[in-house]
Design a protein around this ligand. Structure first.
Ligand SMILES: *Cc1c(COP(=O)(O)O)cnc(C)c1O
Length: 459
């Protein structure tokens, strides 16, 4: 007889994974290498070491080890807020009247309020171990900066956060959380870097973008020996750290003999999604399952569904290595009415390659529909979701409603990446009925595509 599924499936502390899962090792066709923009040759570890910690560089380039040990010190930190619960959305299912089973992995149960702490802890630990004094980073909505502030406070590292200006104005409270943990927060673009000054001159009054904040943080890091840059998404080592989400989900479902038919996640830079799907996708590549993987992005920043699969810069000042990815162009700026997060122009090379190979699907959703789903979720499941996470909720609800039509008893797992307490400006717009949708025209996208580097590899 099937075991009754509890509302929350908890693992024990001992069941926190001892190793991360490196999806790169399982992929038959690896993603194209990063290119050094000066030489257009594949990046070497030496190219990356001035920017990132040594251990992260090694992990970034590791295409062979399927499992990589999680240091005991990092596991000890994980124990403060993990394992995270896997929840059966009984109340939501009932409200929808769907025969589908809906599960979500909730990563918002820590003060930073999102999954980002999983990688922040690892990166801060490796920086400290290498003897560095400080790290720099960018933050958009603020979750990454908050997560990293917590991790840096724990390990005694100085942190400078370049925060996308529009976010720092919309979310002054986020800034204070970071400062409470000891971080220095600078709205970006700023006049503290060459990249920032250049962007200010070109786009006076701009609200900034993640790409621009990245440029500033990288510039600041490479100008000092005892400082490195840390990134909260996109890169392979970040996806590696986030695989703890997928590994725990898999272990929890296996406890009850549950096999997901479909796994859904929101995609900004691709880290939570890449981490959630990692061990399941590894199995799919080996022919052990036929799970339908779906990445959900905002219609106003549709990198996968309308972007180009080419080499592009990861930042708007064009100083980072070139990554082969789905991109809207490093010069793409999402519309100012976009409140729902996930505003990055590019996409993780791993996720891009999976999409290109047809191993996953992608869909784009409009922000009013996203907030409608967020509201329904809050009222049924009780958790106030982050706007980013609500993209996945939207798609999960839509899939469950399709099952209502067809009578299919699909098992749907989605990633609930975080809580939305600091997103009340966006919720207010929604509640006031002033939130609007924006879908870029093809002409808008062409302007972004024009910023993609014109190099032989893109011909
Ligand atoms: C940062 C963030 C995301 C998007 O980032 P990914 O790297 O695509 O995972 C999604 N949800 C929340 C709550 C976030 O903070």
């Amino acid at each position: 007889m099937a075991k009754q599924i509890p509302y929350k499936i908890y693992l024990s502390e001992d069941e926190i994974p001892k190793q991360w899962y490196n999806l790169n090792a399982a992929m038959k066709q690896k993603h194209a290498p990063f290119l050094n923009p000066a030489t257009l040759q594949p990046c070497t570890k030496d190219d990356l070491r001035p920017v990132f910690c040594d251990e992260c560089v090694d992990q970034e380039m590791n295409m062979t080890d399927e499992y990589i040990d999680i240091p005991e010190e990092i596991r000890a930190f994980y124990k403060m807020y993990r394992p995270s619960p896997l929840v059966r959305a009984y109340v939501l299912e009932k409200e929808l009247g769907t025969p589908a089973e809906i599960y979500y992995k909730f990563e918002g149960n820590n003060t930073s309020g999102s999954h980002k702490l999983n990688s922040a802890v690892a990166q801060a630990y490796y920086a400290k171990k290498q003897g560095l004094k400080s790290v720099t980073t960018e933050t958009g909505a603020g979750q990454w900066g908050t997560a990293l502030s917590m991790a840096c406070a724990f390990y005694g590292l100085d942190l400078i956060v370049y925060m996308v200006k529009v976010s720092s104005e919309q979310k002054p409270h986020r800034k204070e959380v970071m400062r409470t943990y000891g971080a220095t927060v600078i709205p970006s673009p700023s006049d503290t870097t060459e990249a920032g000054r250049k962007i200010l001159a070109e786009f006076p009054g701009t609200g900034g973008s993640l790409g621009c904040a990245i440029s500033e943080a990288v510039e600041r890091a490479v100008k000092s020996d005892s400082c490195r840059y840390v990134l909260g998404s996109v890169l392979d080592h970040v996806l590696l750290h986030q695989s703890v989400i997928g590994l725990e989900s898999k272990a929890a479902l296996e406890k009850y003999g549950v096999q997901p038919d479909m796994i859904i996640g929101c995609v900004g830079g691709g880290s939570n999604y890449g981490g959630l799907i990692a061990p399941f996708m590894g199995d799919k590549i080996k022919g052990k399952n036929n799970i339908d993987f779906l990445g959900v992005e905002p219609a106003s920043c549709p990198s996968l569904t309308r972007g180009k699969f080419v080499y592009d810069f990861c930042d708007s000042a064009k100083i980072t290595p070139l990554a082969k990815m789905y991109t809207l162009g490093c010069g793409f700026m999402p519309a100012p009415n976009h409140a729902g997060g996930l505003r990055y122009h590019g996409m993780s090379p791993v996720v891009s390659e999976l999409y290109h190979q047809g191993l996953m699907r992608a869909t784009a959703v409009e922000q009013t529909k996203v907030f409608e789903a967020a509201e329904l979720f809050a009222r049924t499941e009780g958790i106030l979701p982050a706007p980013e996470s609500s993209h996945a909720i939207r798609a999960a609800i839509d899939e469950a409603l399709k099952c209502k039509q067809t009578g299919e008893k699909k098992v749907i797992l989605f990633g609930l990446t975080g809580t939305g307490y600091f997103d009340m400006t966006a919720y207010k717009q929604y509640n006031d009925g002033t939130m609007t949708d924006y879908i870029p025209t093809d002409a808008d996208l062409e302007r972004g595509f024009a910023s993609i580097p014109d190099i032989p590899q893109n011909k």
